[in-house]
Design a protein around this ligand. Structure first.
Ligand code: HEM
Ligand code: HEM
Ligand SMILES: Nc1nc2c(c(=O)[nH]1)N[C@H]1C(S)=C(S)[C@@H](COP(=O)(O)O)O[C@H]1N2
Ligand SMILES: [Mo]
Length: 347
């Protein structure tokens, strides 16, 4: 005979809520990362919208999780509790800063909402792991049921409705992010490069001006190739830079397209082009992208400023800002695949 008490021991209320939280956080992390990695709209717009829906669905589960938390806190003190409490704070900051980006866009503050958002989200990961080590919940076959799907559908619908509501309020009230791109970035300094933020990836900084005037090295298969950038810098394009820090700007750039800079024909084994900064920062591109990439020496008719990449920087239309390598000193063609690099810069 199974008593109500033993049934409850086997099916502690809240297990499904906890598993739903786990699924939503994992999805939020995945979609957030993909939205940074995928450069071009509309793909990134779609992913970012799904991300918003998933992140906000998390909030809808607060009433259910509150019951679990209150029950947990009534139990005797245990080692994992600090992690759980810190997790509450970190998830709250993550969600608040995400919504902050969605309603405010880029702010002229030392750190922008989306930077706080991503930093907090990165900290969520180890704490969630710690929380789950001390509070493991086993998924059950019965979770894949009609009731389970119904619950998942309701959560998804609630998330989408919440994301649309945040968008609607932002637009309706004309909040600063009302005209954000689908990536969540707001416009800053288009056609006025002096008003465009100078932004480094978290790993890098602007080098001293006197160190910058270094000639360009073009290397194919380990051998240096002579180039005359001054003479060849006649390609002009208008391109939009969308920084993952939450702003974007369109400028008219002039320089030389990489397919014109590099010798023809390239070695048949050539697979990627690595663009290297004087700071050591670097990104590698598929060889077929050469005709879309511009090594720029001027913007809006003027030489680049030191902050924006003097004497030359890469312009990578359709890719997020972190691909637009500044202070370029070397362009190297190799037979290594472009995919053989971390998805985000680590240097
Ligand atoms: C948004 C993410 C989450 C937050 C902020 C959070 C926070 C908390 C807090 C503060 C407690 C009460 C203190 C404690 O017992 O340590 C708790 C309890 C608990 N959590 Fe979480 N948690 C989250 C996600 C999860 C996940 C993903 C799981 C497992 C898959 C989980 C499983 C549990 C369990 C089993 C309890 C204990 C309930 C009891 O003792 O009756 N939690 N959580
Ligand atoms: C724990 C993981 C995460 C959660 C719970 C989460 C949650 C959220 C929420 C609730 C929003 C606001 C949505 C809106 O109201 O429109 C948001 C926005 C955003 N998140 Fe996340 N997020 C997480 C991780 C990440 C990561 C890892 C990235 C990027 C690498 C990221 C990038 C963004 C961006 C760019 C926005 C702004 C979108 C917009 O303005 O429409 N998120 N996130
Ligand atoms: N060498 C180098 N290039 C870099 C970066 C960097 O940190 N180091 N940051 C990238 C990022 S994240 C962005 S958004 C753009 C910003 O360009 P801007 O400072 O000219 O606005 O430069 C990219 N190029
Ligand atoms: Mo950026």
């Amino acid at each position: 005979m199974t008593s109500a008490a033993s049934w409850h021991r086997q099916h502690p209320p809240g297990r499904r809520t906890n598993l739903a939280l786990l699924a939503l956080i994992a999805l939020a992390f995945l979609t957030g990362t993909v939205s940074f990695a995928v450069g071009s709209t509309p793909a990134t717009t779609a992913v970012t919208f799904v991300h918003a829906a998933v992140g906000l669905a998390l909030v809808l589960l607060v009433p259910w999780k509150s019951v679990i938390v209150r029950r947990g806190l009534r139990r005797p003190m245990h080692a994992g509790r600090a992690a759980g409490i810190t997790l509450v704070a970190l998830v709250a900051v993550t969600v608040a800063a995400g919504v902050g980006q969605a309603v405010l866009g880029w702010t002229a503050t030392a750190v922008t909402p989306v930077q706080v958002h991503v930093a907090a989200a990165l900290l969520v990961v180890p704490l969630l792991v710690a929380h789950m080590v001390t509070h493991w919940q086993r998924p059950r076959r019965a979770d894949v049921s009609r009731r389970g799907f119904l619950a998942a559908g309701l959560i998804a619908a609630g998330g989408v409705a919440s994301a649309l509501a945040v968008q609607g309020v932002t637009r309706g009230l004309g909040l600063p992010a009302a005209r954000a791109r689908g990536t969540g970035s707001t416009e800053r300094g288009s056609f006025s490069p002096e008003l465009m933020p100078v932004t480094q990836w978290f790993t890098d900084e602007v080098p001293p001006l006197e160190s910058l005037d270094v000639p360009l090295r073009v290397v194919v298969d380990g051998r240096a190739v002579a180039v005359d950038l001054q003479r060849d810098a006649t390609d002009a394009i208008e391109a939009l830079l969308d920084c993952t820090g939450g702003w974007y700007a369109t400028q008219r750039w002039r320089g030389v397209r990489l397919d014109r800079l590099l010798p023809v024909p390239l070695p048949p084994a050539a697979r990627s082009i690595e663009v290297v900064s004087i700071t050591g920062y670097r990104r590698r591109f598929p060889i077929d992208d050469a005709s879309t990439l511009l090594l720029a020496t001027t913007v809006e008719g003027r030489p680049l400023s030191p902050g924006h990449g003097f004497p030359r920087r890469l312009v990578a239309p359709g890719r997020r800002g972190f691909w637009w390598v500044k202070w370029v000193v070397a362009v190297e063609v190799t037979d290594r695949p472009a995919l053989l690099q971390p998805p985000f810069p680590l240097q």
